[in-house]
Ligand binder design. Structure first.
Ligand SMILES: *Cc1c(COP(=O)(O)O)cnc(C)c1O
Length: 404
């Protein structure tokens, strides 16, 4: 059998649809974020990265770098095993204590990524709680969807951020079955924010546990970076808060926080936690330094808010349509995969601006976009350059303007 022919047939279809993914080969430059070298066929040159999830540039923060280097020299490179078999290091436990404190929970459990933490936790909860029903927001991330699917629990999808729909679906379920309401705080593609308090009110009314993904909010929202649930003062009412160490914290890894019993339950039954090598202790040490820094420093968050507001107001002035939301994510809608790709190519090749086109299946077809994430390290000049580039391309390509 010609397997490559089978692979290529599907790949060619992706290309025809404009949904094939081309990776930009970057070489990040410590101390110069958001600048990075771009390795392309034509050679190597510096570009400004406008789509990083290292939202605050913590990946190059001196405290974080020092913590990682210090820990590598102290403990070596890897963890040496799974958590159960010789892999549990002192740095892991220090990190888990830092995370439990961040969200005001009794306990925390770290995973090799945020994806794995969602996948493993939801799969374990959904499969181990007898007759469990998981009520999942329609906009939930692939990692939650896959975890729920793997659990084989009954899944009920409620309309995105629609509390009335959630309540109707909760009310229709028998009182005695365990229910989990799974949702996110900041949705990363539209940048919209869930009505967390209303969701918690409804969940409590029907005795459901709440599972909140704060991946795009930790480090960024709340006085200590505890996410939107901290900002709104509802963290103590959420059963499980999940997050990542790979985005605003600038390192890698994922985690859950909750009660001692909840974390012990996942620790004891989740295959995706048990049967994999623990994170390197140096990664844990670096993440802890990043979290600790952002618990007390408001500087990065304040500067980021300023730069986000500046980009939005300059886009408004030029009539370049972007989604109005309450977060740090600025999506510019193009609504066509081929045009989105073309614009991203122009920006890269002619303006040294790197923004990845966002297409299906990350977003629904017909909602393709460029998604900009201004950081505290993007200067006013960087923002002006970006808006000038977009203004020029909007003219050249006769793209629609926002109606004032
Ligand atoms: C990125 C992301 C994850 C996965 O986190 P990683 O640490 O990158 O694996 C989980 N949930 C949401 C909403 C995400 O956007």
């Amino acid at each position: 059998m010609d397997f490559d022919a089978l692979f290529n047939a599907q790949l060619n279809q992706l290309k025809e649809d404009g949904n094939y993914r081309y990776f930009a080969e970057l070489e990040r430059q410590c101390g110069k974020f958001p600048r990075a070298a771009n390795h392309a066929e034509e050679g190597v040159r510096d570009v400004t990265v406008w789509c990083s999830n290292d939202y605050l540039g913590m990946g190059q923060h001196p405290k974080v770098i020092d913590a990682m280097c210090e820990a590598v020299k102290r403990t070596g490179t890897g963890a040496g095993g799974t958590r159960n078999i010789s892999g549990t290091n002192h740095d892991h436990l220090l990190l888990e204590a830092e995370l439990a404190d961040l969200h005001g929970k009794e306990a925390a459990l770290i995973f090799t990524s945020g994806y794995v933490s969602n996948w493993a936790s939801l799969a374990t909860l959904g499969s181990r709680l007898k007759d469990c029903v998981i009520l999942s927001d329609a906009g939930n991330h692939a990692s939650m969807i896959e975890g729920i699917r793997h659990s084989r629990a009954t899944k009920v999808i409620w309309k995105h951020n629609d509390v009335a729909d959630l309540e109707a679906k909760l009310a229709a379920l028998p009182a005695e079955v365990p229910k989990i309401v799974a949702f996110e705080s900041v949705y990363s593609m539209d940048g919209d924010i869930a009505p967390i308090k209303d969701i918690v009110d409804v969940a409590e009314k029907y005795g459901a546990m709440t599972y909140l993904d704060e991946v795009h909010a930790v480090g960024l929202y709340g006085p200590r970076g505890g996410g939107v649930s901290e900002r709104e003062g509802v963290a103590d009412r959420i059963t499980l808060i999940e997050g990542t160490l790979g985005k605003a914290y600038g390192v890698v890894g994922g985690y859950i926080t909750g009660s001692v019993a909840l974390c012990d339950f996942i620790r004891s039954f989740a295959s995706g936690f048990i049967f994999t090598t623990a994170l390197p202790p140096a990664v844990a040490a670096a993440a802890r330094a990043s979290i600790a820094h952002l618990k007390t420093s408001e500087l990065e968050r304040a500067k980021q808010r300023r730069q986000v507001a500046l980009l939005r107001s300059m886009l408004d002035k030029e009539g370049i349509p972007h989604m109005h939301n309450e977060s740090h994510i600025v999506p510019v809608m193009i609504k066509d995969p081929v045009k989105t790709r073309m614009l991203a190519d122009y920006l890269m090749n002619e303006w040294d601006i790197y923004v990845q086109p966002i297409n299906y299946p990350t977003v629904p077809k017909g909602t393709e976009r460029l998604r900009f994430t201004p950081s505290p390290l993007h200067t006013d000049e960087d923002i002006k350059h970006l808006v000038t580039a977009l203004r020029t391309l909007w003219r050249q390509c006769a793209l629609a303007h926002a109606v004032a």
